[in-house]
Write a new protein. Structure first.
Length: 184
């Protein structure tokens, strides 16, 4: 039994320029609506085609990545969606987009969630996602086309359940992590 966690391709949404906190909220909304701008490398195509069961996040960047792979999902579930960034209310500060993203994700890992999903809730969701993937693996190799942070959290849950990593998760677009069922 094998579970493959693959990150979506490069979103067709620029991360350039300086933004206020308010403008960043609009940027995040547009990012969540974006498809991908690149195609998968041959290695990702080869890995993905091994799947008997394909599950996917409902976000367009994940669904369009699956289309780029020439695959159709057996299941699309919010459980596999990326964890939203916690946004700040009003701020006159303008920062480069990538600085905002790094700062807000760091704050989230330190416990600040604002109106976004908390770290505790995201971990609980990752646990449920891992269980769902394990259930699907009873039918053969499973491919999850998902997102960077949530895929890493799901990978952590799989390791806690004894699943062995052949290949660990990366934050690169089109990267994959491959986990095998524990042999006990």
């Amino acid at each position: 039994m094998t579970i493959i966690l693959m990150r979506h391709g490069k979103p067709d949404h620029p991360a350039t320029g300086r933004l206020s906190a308010q403008a960043l909220a609009a940027w995040c909304e547009a990012y969540d609506l974006s498809a991908v701008s690149d195609g998968p490398p041959a290695r990702s195509i080869h890995i993905a085609r091994q799947a008997a069961v394909v599950v996917c996040s409902p976000l367009p960047r994940a669904r369009s990545s699956l289309s780029q792979l020439g695959l159709h999902p057996h299941e699309i579930d919010e459980l596999f969606s990326e964890v939203a960034l916690p946004l700040l209310r009003a701020s006159a500060v303008q920062l480069p987009t990538l600085c905002w993203l790094a700062l807000l994700r760091t704050l989230w890992f330190c416990g600040y969630a604002g109106e976004a999903e908390s770290l505790r809730r995201a971990r609980s969701r990752a646990s449920a996602a891992a269980e769902k993937l394990i259930d699907h693996s009873q039918r053969g190799t499973v491919l999850l086309l998902g997102h960077g942070i949530m895929n890493k959290m799901i990978a952590r849950e799989l390791r806690k359940r004894g699943w062995q990593a052949e290949k660990h998760a990366s934050s690169r677009h089109w990267s994959s992590a491959i986990y095998h069922r524990p042999f006990i």
